[in-house]
Design a protein around this ligand. Structure first.
Ligand SMILES: [Fe+2]
Length: 92
């Protein structure tokens, strides 16, 4: 992890402790770094966005998570994670 973004990841970690999002976020981070090496992009925007992109799941009741994916997914749950994730990302 780039040192300049490590503190953001540390702040986000408590919100990523669900659905194995801590591991998922590290994988997404690695893909983002690879993309930024070959495509134009602003790491100062992309990396914090990658780190925070799933923090909102912590606000969705865990028993509903399986209803948020797949062909019969409830879009309200996905939207809830997005709305709550923006709030948390702003705090982070
Ligand atoms: Fe994700």
């Amino acid at each position: 992890m780039y040192a300049e973004y490590r503190h953001i990841f540390q702040l986000a970690k408590p919100y990523l402790n669900i659905r194995r999002n801590d591991i998922h976020t590290e994988i997404v981070y690695r893909f983002a770094v690879r993309l930024l090496e070959s495509e134009p992009g602003d790491a100062s925007v992309a990396i914090p966005a990658v780190i925070c992109h799933d923090v909102g799941w912590i606000k969705v009741p865990e028993e509903l998570h399986l209803k948020a994916f797949g062909p019969t997914a409830d879009p309200k749950l996905t939207r809830l994670h997005e709305i709550e994730g923006v709030k948390l990302a702003q705090e982070i």
